[in-house]
Design a protein around this ligand. Sequence first.
Ligand code: AMP
Ligand code: MG
Length: 545
Amino acid sequence: MSKIMNKNSLKNLTFNNRFYNELTADPITENYPRQVKGAFYSKVKPTPVKAPQLVSYSKEVATLLDLDEETCRSDQFSQIFTGNDSLKGMQSYAQCYGGFQFGNWAGQLGDGRAINLGEVLNSAGEHWTLQLKGAGITPYSRTADGLAVLRSSVREYLCSEAMFHLGVPTTRALSLTLTGEDVVRDMFYDGRPQAELGAVVCRVAPSFTRFGNFQIFAARGELEQLKQLTDFTIKNDFPHLGEPNKETYIKWFEEVCIRTAEMIVHWQRVGFVHGVMNTDNMSILGLTIDYGPYGWLEDFNADWTPNTTDAINKRYRYGHQPQIGHWNLGQLANAIYPLIEDVEPLQQALKLYEKCFDQGWHAMMTKKLGLDEYKPQSDNNLFSELFQILSLVETDMTIFFRKLVDIDCSDLENNTFTNEDLIKPFLDAYYQEDILNEPDQVMQGFIKRIADWIRSYRNRICQNTTKKSVRRATMNATNPKYVFRNYLAQLAIDKADQGDFSMVNDLLELFRHPYDEQIDKEQYAAKRPEWARQRAGCSMLSCSS
Ligand code: AMP
Ligand code: MG
């Protein structure tokens, strides 16, 4: 009886820790920074903290784990998900991985401040790995402290859930808790360290394996471990591919290429800039992982990156993400080459990435514009001119695309529309709202070009044969109304730092329905206010978190 009543409680969580039990552990169990050779992970326990306090939890992720609200609000929940307590069946560990950072091989990195608690086997038969981010040092912490601050934890927590509801493949977040301890951070590496509130996010994903997990073995010539990890990954995360062998390895790499392409198409669709696409931050499952100095395009600018650490080369800028996906996959191909010993199929798979990305991108743009089908002859020009007009003057990407749905061609015969008539519906998307009154000739030239694009777009949608309602539904399910604007993150953080978590929870609720008009939440769809233009955290972020 009591078992039935408590079926959603923590003690009923079932663990099946495949990574921990099927792969070899580092034989050293003391917790100090070191190079870990020949092993997949190190056993390590979270560092206990002073005063765990739940800030927020995601009910959808709790449901994945068969946990109910009462359980998530219990003291035991906060204790467990800050690392103060553990459950029967949990086996905690930090993974060993390497990575290419900003184009250079960086050697061993590993879970420096992430500690996995084990894999929950839920009532639907799914495995979900639980991982605490910010729960103390591990053998991979190098010289850092293994901790995370509230600022970066709010960003990770809300963004992973927002991305999920936007339909972007991502790791999830179960909970955000305060540790009751201060963490010192020099946010802009300018010699002004400050005490910030310490926090822990419990991340959840089928697995947290990264490209870098394979690369570390390849770099060290540990080919037996490379093969074991690949076999393990195929068996557990890609079971549909069948028994691991050379052929399966190729199919597996092809699928990683496809999934990565699909993920990046989604990023481009919603205007997400990851900010640190190092190979240690690339998930083998094609999930968005490691929310650090990411940002959302506000005014459309393909050269924008939020990451101040990358300000000079802008390697990870919005418009370069697709190429970086390709480069990172090329590095993964090099790492797994010893298992395949044939360059050709790996090169073919990389070509498949390009093909998938191109097809996916065109299909995505076709939906964003509400076209029945993609007609390369006319649409390539339409797309490229669109990106030109979006960058002529500061134009909010999200608002512009959302408003496009209201353009229609029922009055096409009416050719008397002036440039002003055509642009008026979009005025809200312009950062300089009195753009139409600008006497400057250059600006008037821009206005004509924007209006001409709207004219061609009107002509183009007249070729649609499906009902208008279909176009509207497609566009409104592709062009979000609400995204996690950089300034919204900062406002929520400012309040949270003062102990007010209402905006964190408001945004979590808002992002559950990013494609719906939410009449009373209109303010969250507003473009970036002027004060946020140069403010740290809104337009500039560092890796310090
Ligand atoms: P990132 O580029 O932020 O994903 O981090 C690169 C590496 O640095 C990873 O191995 C992280 O685990 C590690 N790292 C980042 N921040 C910390 C920290 N505060 N303490 C320990 N390790 C960290
Ligand atoms: Mg990382």
